[in-house]
Ligand binder design. Structure first.
Ligand SMILES: [Ca+2]
Ligand SMILES: [Ca+2]
Ligand SMILES: [Ca+2]
Length: 547
């Protein structure tokens, strides 16, 4: 005989519950990570803690390591250094002057650093102009700067970068004996996602522009307008103040309004003797003091002229201080990409390390900016932000065709939820109606600020689908050798499938006919799969088989 059949019924909605469903907005590492295994890490004093006048790399890493953040380095280009492998985006070479570029042409899509050396004969022949009076080896400046920001960490090699999973957008503006301001302005615009005539648009615009370059002049109208347009897009322009031991306001782009300007401090936490100073300096970061032990160790190339192979070298300058700020900001933005530029700056300036007592930076306010960038202070403030109180009211489960009230508040204010699953449910702003089985999701998000954590409120309502009727009728007894066609009924819109659970006693043919083979108990399973309207269901019927 056939087994008992459950009656079809609509699922009723569950009791209304008040749910707290706030998801963490960002994967902020709660724990202080272990020191990285890069062999030169111990020499990277700028990454040490505040007591040693470094940025505190390990506390910075509690934000993360710059995941998803693109940092443009506007500089001499980049070499193929193994510390950048897999994270170099398609940059651009903005050097218009083919002679200075050294790659045989003007602007092109390959920002490789071709070397910026100047030989004695170049000086004598005035090859790069009358102002080019000093011979020098290639600087590999862009590679050094990029390594401070994002060299691979924990790869058992070389140095550790501050944001070692951030992506590098190399933008070449400096060749033999410098570069031009108009190339720099175009490079800034392009790097931040603005269009530049004659150059394909940048498909991976940078969130942060690192400009470890200065030119002694006022901020030109073209440069200020580039800064203004980029700032309006939320791009952060971090720039060096220059190494002339002079008033920083004489140097562009540090004197453009809206750039974040960085002076250099040494291992003692005081102003590096070369660092420009004054009101145009926003903050300081480790830049070194021109000695090996006091310099900044980063990625480099062995070549004296052309690039020949990767290496590491010490360098000092506000050029080296600037990427420490870019790196820390990349780590913060990696943790919370939606943090508004103004809020990021509020957080930054409220949480700098003070200059050590006894330094000229401490005794002369305004000389070196507002303090030294410090990941520990920033993280502590970031983690201590107020968590908004979020509540929501919604059914946990809803049958198809049934409606339920849904609402949410953040800090007791009603918020507008957005429906993410229109195929499963509809939402009129106050109530949800289930349309098809699945998971109905509504969401409200709000970016964080310097003082309040972001909100990511998600409401998930299960729509199980209606339980279909399902029956399979066979004769109460079967005899060996018989063939029977079972009577199947179901309200499901899925096609029922039959299988024999006892194939030595009975079999199910392709047509659904049951063929009885031997005595015993024949068990037939019938099942219907889940559809948009109906839940899955199955049952098994047992019938005695005799001769
Ligand atoms: Ca070129
Ligand atoms: Ca090139
Ligand atoms: Ca490394």
């Amino acid at each position: 005989m056939s087994g008992p059949l459950a009656m079809s019924r609509l699922r009723v909605i569950a009791a209304l519950l008040t749910l707290l469903l706030t998801y963490p907005a960002a994967a902020v590492a709660a724990e202080r990570p272990a020191p990285p295994n890069d062999p030169f890490y111990a020499e990277q004093w700028p990454l040490a803690a505040e007591g040693a006048n470094g940025i505190d790399l390990l506390e910075t890493w509690r934000f993360g390591q710059g995941d998803g953040i693109v940092v443009a380095v506007l500089d001499t280009g980049a070499t193929d250094h193994p510390e950048f492998v897999g994270r170099v985006l398609a940059g651009y070479d903005f050097i218009s002057d083919a002679t200075r570029a050294g790659d045989g042409d003007g602007r092109d899509a390959n920002p490789r650093d071709e070397g910026d050396w100047v030989s004695e004969s170049d000086v004598a022949s005035r090859r790069y102009g009358v102002d080019c009076t000093e011979a020098d080896d290639s600087s590999w400046h862009g590679t050094h700067v990029a390594g401070t920001i994002l060299a691979a960490a924990n790869n058992g090699a070389g140095t550790a970068g501050i944001a070692p999973v951030a992506q590098l957008l190399p933008v070449r503006v400096i060749g033999h004996c410098g570069g031009s301001i108009s190339d720099l302005v175009d490079a800034m615009r392009w790097a931040g996602g603005l269009s530049v005539a004659g150059v394909p648009d940048n498909v991976t615009p940078a969130k942060i522009l690192n400009i470890s370059l200065v030119v002694e002049r006022s901020c030109s109208e073209a440069m200020q307008s580039a800064v203004d347009e980029l700032t309006a897009r939320g791009v952060i322009i971090v720039t060096a103040v220059g190494n002339e031991n002079s008033d920083a306001s004489r140097f562009a782009p540090a004197n453009c309004i809206g750039t974040l300007t960085v002076g250099a401090t040494t291992r003692t936490g005081d102003r590096a003797t070369y660092s420009n100073y004054g009101a145009a300096v926003d903050l300081s970061a480790p830049g070194g003091n021109n000695t090996r032990a006091g310099g900044v160790l980063s990625t480099y190339d062995e070549g004296r002229t052309l690039p020949v192979g990767s290496s590491y070298a010490h360098a000092s300058g506000t050029s080296m201080a600037t990427p420490h700020v870019s790196g820390v900001l990349a780590a913060i933005l990696g943790a919370e990409p939606d943090l508004a530029r103004a809020d990021l700056f509020t957080l930054l300036f409220a949480n700098l390390a003070p200059f050590p007592v006894g330094t000229t930076c401490a005794s002369t306010p305004g000389l070196c900016g507002a303090g030294i960038i410090n990941g520990a202070r920033l993280y502590a403030a970031f983690a201590a932000r107020i968590a908004p109180l979020t509540t929501s009211v919604a059914p946990t489960e809803l049958a198809i065709g049934v409606s339920g009230a849904v609402s949410a508040t953040v800090d007791s204010m009603a918020v507008a939820l957005t429906l993410e699953t229109p195929a499963v449910c509809s939402f009129d702003g106050g109530s949800v109606t289930a349309i098809a089985s699945g998971s109905c999701t509504l969401r409200y998000t709000r970016p964080g600020t310097a003082l309040i954590q972001p909100v990511n409120l998600g409401i998930s309502i299960t729509v199980p689908g209606n339980t279909p009727t399902l029956s399979l009728v066979l004769p109460q007894r079967l005899k060996v050798g018989r063939r029977v066609d079972p009577v199947i009924t179901t309200t499901s819109d899925a096609t029922p499938t039959l299988t024999s659970r006892t194939p030595r006693i009975c079999k199910v043919g392709a047509s659904g006919r049951v063929r009885v083979i031997a005595t015993g108990t024949c068990k037939i399973r019938i099942e219907v799969a889940a559809t948009a309207t109906y839940a899955a269901r199955k049952l098994t019927i047992a019938v005695r088989v005799t001769r």
